[in-house]
Design a protein around this ligand. Structure first.
Ligand code: SAH
Ligand code: TYD
Length: 394
């Protein structure tokens, strides 16, 4: 296959099989009409870029029923509050305008003067929640066509921000060209995305699903943005979503690179994160992880125990479908999200139950699908004794 950014060659190296829409939690009536695609990954040596081979049309994923709400985690609400203070202090003045791509339910933008911030959010479910909070949420995809409605702001926005969304956008050329049009000469691009290095370290292959078209690393970001006249001036590792990276970029030659980013670039080279060989060793670990997980679940079932899941994450769709885990192996998954409760997991049809019912439930073995929120969840569940929590990563 060819890389969508510069048309250079990509090496395909791992196939997860048929996969449904990761956030496509469905009702019984939808069981026969679910959409499936082949989830395969490839690596582009020239840009050091890890990417999906195929993916569904974004409109199939981001629409009126998109069920992921940023505010479903207190930890993330707090993270975005701290991040807004960091941005205000370092990259904005009181007149600055900020744009958020993928502003979801407005959790991040709530922390700013609402007259000075705008969000692009194509999923109506979450857009409406932001609107209720008084956020300037524009119910559209951020792209060169849709930004035309804000033409008077071209070249005037001081910060363009996104979290867990840059990697969702297939056309990176259009994305960066659109940013270039909006951003002031001295403006800053700031985004946080799941980090390839963390995925390799943990073998957290569940980060790979339809929405995550790219899995970025520092080296890949440097190479991509170099094509458009931007340079990476800082990168800050984050522990959110199982290991992320915050990238800070400006137009070339206006700011010095931080010492931290120079160190991180070296570290990536030492760990060979920019090389195809890292993909091959990741592949070996993924296959082993699937075997181990299936063995573990079947052993628990042999002992006569039943298993439930905690957190109907989009990540769980990859684990369940790839490892062929169905509702005979995991009875149900408890979750707090109104839009997911009463529905079933995509492809594997495990029922999603209201989290309120977890407290009185008998389950001794709990698969923590929301492992990235472990700290927050363990604090909440400390009264629950004798529970054996596990994940595919242990
Ligand atoms: N930023 C939030 C939400 C991440 S989920 C957070 O970190 O919690 C990704 C969000 O990006 C979804 O709400 C989705 O609808 C939105 N999105 C996807 N593609 C987009 C695009 N091209 N432009 C703007 N938003 C997009
Ligand atoms: P998350 O891991 O944030 O994202 P993704 O879907 O991208 O993998 O999803 C968290 C899910 O877990 C979400 O459906 C809400 C649920 N959840 C709970 O049920 N209880 C909790 O305490 C937390 C933090 C999340």
């Amino acid at each position: 296959m060819k890389c969508r950014i510069d048309n250079s060659n990509c090496n395909e190296f791992l196939n997860f099989g048929r996969m449904p829409i990761a956030n496509g939690f469905c009702s019984k009536k939808d069981f026969n009409r679910e959409y499936f695609f082949d989830l395969k990954v490839a690596f582009n040596k020239k840009l050091s870029l890890f990417q999906l081979v195929k993916f569904p049309n974004p409109k199939k994923m981001f629409n009126k029923s998109y069920p992921f709400y940023t505010s479903s985690s207190f930890y993330m609400v707090n993270h975005f509050k701290k991040l807004s203070n960091f941005i205000k202090k370092n990259y904005m003045n009181k007149n600055s305008i900020l744009f958020e791509i993928g502003s979801n339910d407005g959790t991040f933008l709530k922390n700013f003067n609402k007259k000075k911030v705008y969000g692009f959010e194509p999923s109506k479910s979450v857009h409406l929640k932001a609107k209720k909070e008084g956020i300037n949420s524009i119910n559209k995809f951020f792209n060169s066509k849709n930004i035309k409605i804000l033409r008077k702001l071209y070249g005037k926005v001081d910060v363009i921000f996104g979290a867990n969304v840059f990697c969702h956008i297939p056309n990176q050329r259009d994305l960066i060209k659109s940013i270039d049009l909006m951003l002031s000469p001295n403006g800053t691009i700031i985004f946080e995305e799941p980090y390839l290095g963390s995925m390799y370290e943990k073998t957290s292959y569940d980060q790979i699903y339809d929405e995550h078209i790219y899995m970025f690393s520092i080296n890949s970001i440097i190479k991509i943005y170099d094509l458009f006249g931007f340079e990476l001036i800082d990168a800050i590792p984050q522990n959110t979503h199982g290991g992320s990276m915050r990238y800070i970029l400006k137009r070339k030659n206006i700011s010095k690179k931080s010492k931290r980013v120079k160190k991180l670039i070296k570290l990536e080279k030492i760990k060979k994160i920019d090389k195809f060989s890292a993909c091959l060793s990741f592949k070996k670990k993924v296959i082993k992880s699937r075997l181990n997980l299936r063995k573990r679940i079947l052993n628990i079932k042999k002992k006569g125990f039943q298993i439930c899941g905690y957190g109907a994450t989009s990540k769980s769709t990859t684990i369940l479908n790839f490892c062929k885990i169905n509702n005979n192996m995991i009875n149900c998954i408890f979750d707090t999200t109104k839009d997911k409760i009463g529905k079933f997991t995509p492809g594997t049809h495990i029922p999603i139950l209201n989290y309120n019912k977890f407290k009185g439930s008998h389950y001794k073995y709990v698969f923590l699908f929301a492992w990235n929120h472990r700290k927050e969840i363990m604090k909440k569940e400390k009264a629950r004794k004798n529970t054996k929590w596990f994940t595919h990563l242990d």
